[in-house]
Write a protein that binds this ligand. Sequence first.
Ligand code: ZN
Length: 267
Amino acid sequence: MRRFIFASSFLLILLSCKGSSSGSNNPDTSAERISASTVYFQQSTAIDLEVWYQSGAEPYVRRTALDRDLWQILRGNLTAIFQYRTVKPTLTIPSDLDAMNRLTAGSQENWSTEQILALWRANQMAAAPAGTSRFYVYFLDGYLNDQGASNKHVIGVQIGDYPVLAIFKPVIAASSQGALVIPKFMEQSTLVHEMGHALGFVNHGVPMQGNYQDTEHGAHSTDADCVMYWLNEGASDLQKFVQKLVVEENAVLWGQNVLSDAKALSR
Ligand SMILES: [Zn+2]
């Protein structure tokens, strides 16, 4: 099973992501991946995200309806990636905790990808209606179990061929260094990044138009200005990144290559 993880390197405000393989060998260009991405970019009439969270791992949301809606960052970037569809899919992305679901699963120090899949199988709402592609994200009060140990640098993961993401909240919370604005935007940019993998980027189901895959790091872009870059490196780069989100309410985080791939596949 392949999984793609978005990591932060300890106290430095570093975002990084590395692809890793944990056993089975599904190539990124497998027929199944291409077929899933083709459905998203040619057939789905609706794209839904179900959000689940453990106590103590609540997603960041606006405090009142008058505040800026943080989840508009993910919603806006999904709108951008689907802009080339002839008939745009309806996007249903919750904004507030009352439209998200609390998990009853007890807290644990870390989670293996198999345990996250078991959590997904046990915690989902009614099946998606025909024509709807549904994705699931689990906010966990624990770390990724990376070969038997807690990996305290990994922020998020997208699991193999599944429409399943997880966010490791303690890693995000630890990034704040006193400025809450940083983890809030880091959380949203991680969601955009992991949804990018789930939709089929880079070369993870959506065929590439250009040669820009950072093969050394899996399904990532060589473009440092793209959210699908494996590492948004160093304080200055992230500063730029966070700045973009702070000042531009509708900042598009996808690089041009990713957008071109989406355009080429879209119908
Ligand atoms: Zn990644």
